[in-house]
Design a binder for this molecule. Structure first.
Ligand code: HEM
Length: 406
């Protein structure tokens, strides 16, 4: 359901109406994955205000990230937090909120982010050249692993395993043989993830619980398989997203000397404001899906919108973030000086009961990593990343982002 918009992006950008600085816009427009998902019916929502109302309404179920398929397979057990609803979900969020509390993020994880960042920058300086998407994966995996409690195996090995089952968009059309080998290798990696990463962590925490998600799940009586599913959810939600976001930010910043200089010179709050504007422009998760659990109606733009029970709702986060009512002037342009109230309107971390609990973690670790990176004398891009499309996150995948020092 595209809402009749009072303002168009063109109308609110009178002097540069055609300028679109979104690097992911063409790939988003070219992908037919969303149209396919809606081919059996459903509504599409593009307005910022209506997206927020739906996500806050509570009358829906998760229908993105293959939730409906996974729910069928795990109907009897505990579902991952992303797929839960109602009281069970609320209890889980309250119980895990302590791992994401602002005090914990700024104190407990800061040292880890700093030392990891330093180590990765040393690696880059020693090699002279690196693929930024490898460095950002190492950073994102290590930070999320600490929160989840996946700290009893090899981080390098885990990065490789996670990369292999979450990277999926660079090759759109695979032959049957490629699909089959892909399936076999992802099953192999899933087993590896369970036996080499998840199981050792469970074993260690059964003996001595720690302050992390796996210890919490054990205390709730989760089985090993349920813990594996939750770790996969955190892997996708926390590691993959942050990895892509860091590369996208570096891509924009390395092309803009003035903005790069401002980013390095300002304080962490200033750096995070710039990153939030990049995330508004280039959401890592491009669409959120819900299924109406009952008949719903909303007031929007002077209209009453009725959504019957059972309807699939496709909320276009890219469109919501560029809705002139929320973003203001020239929504397709990178303008960190944009009114900060408008920035708070970004839907890139979702909204309502499922809003991303890791938002502060992701922004802080990206700010720390990018500050260290952009301060390296002589750092430059050798080659811009290849941009592929991931149909699960409805977002970009950036690979082969070659950077060099000197
Ligand atoms: C730039 C990085 C990130 C982006 C863009 C992002 C985006 C999102 C979005 C859009 C949702 C909501 C999904 C929905 O409503 O259907 C979400 C949920 C979630 N995110 Fe993030 N995320 C990021 C980083 C992280 C990190 C670092 C963690 C943890 C280490 C994390 C953990 C989660 C979890 C557990 C959920 C599920 C929450 C729930 O369903 O109640 N995310 N994320």
């Amino acid at each position: 359901m595209s809402q009749p918009q009072v303002l168009t992006a063109e109308a609110v950008c009178p002097y540069q109406p055609g300028v679109d600085e979104r690097k992911s816009a063409a790939a988003a427009a070219a992908s037919d994955a969303r149209a396919k998902k809606l081919s059996n019916g459903g509504v599409r929502v593009e307005s910022f205000a209506l997206t927020r109302k739906i996500l806050r309404s509570g009358g829906t179920r998760q229908a993105g990230f293959m939730a409906e398929l996974v729910n069928k397979a795990t109907a009897k057990g505990s579902q991952p937090v992303l797929f839960q609803e109602g009281d069970v979900h609320q209890k889980q969020r309250i119980a895990t909120a302590r791992f994401f509390a602002p005090r914990v993020v700024t104190s407990r994880y800061r040292d880890l982010m700093n030392s990891l960042g330093d180590r990765l920058m040393e690696k880059l300086k020693t090699q002279g050249k690196a693929d930024l998407s490898d460095l950002s994966l190492d950073m994102a995996v290590a930070v999320a692993a600490e929160i989840i409690g996946l700290t009893d195996g090899s981080l390098v090995g885990m990065s490789k395993r996670l990369n292999s089952f979450f990277t999926g968009g660079l090759k759109h059309k695979m032959t049957r043989f490629e699909r089959m080998t892909n399936f076999i290798s992802s099953q192999y990696n899933l087993l590896g993830f369970f036996w080499l990463d998840v199981k050792p962590a469970i074993r260690a925490r059964r003996k001595a619980p720690k302050e992390d998600v796996i210890s919490h799940l054990i205390s709730q009586g989760y089985s090993d398989t349920e813990i594996l599913t939750e770790c996969m959810t955190y892997g996708a939600a926390g590691m993959v997203t942050t990895r892509e976001f860091i590369v996208m930010c570096a891509w924009h910043l390395l092309e803009r000397d003035a903005l790069k200089a401002e980013f390095v010179a300002t304080d962490e709050a200033g750096r995070i404001a710039i990153l939030e504007e990049i995330l508004r422009l280039e959401p890592v998760v491009g669409a959120l899906y819900r299924r109406a659990a009952k008949d719903l109606s909303f007031e929007d733009n002077g209209e009453t919108i009725h959504i019957p029970a059972g309807t699939l709702i496709d909320m276009d986060i890219r469109a919501a973030n560029s809705d002139p009512i929320a973003a203001g002037e020239c929504p397709f342009q990178l303008k960190p000086e944009r009114d900060t109230k408008a920035l708070l309107g970004s839907m890139s971390f979702g909204d309502g009961n499922h809003r991303c609990p890791g938002a502060a973690v992701a922004l802080q670790e990206s700010a720390i990593f990018l500050e260290k990176l952009l301060k390296i004398p002589g750092l430059h891009a050798v080659k811009p990343p290849n941009l592929g499309w991931n149909t699960l996150t409805v977002g970009y995948e950036l690979r082969d982002a070659i950077i060099a020092v000197g």
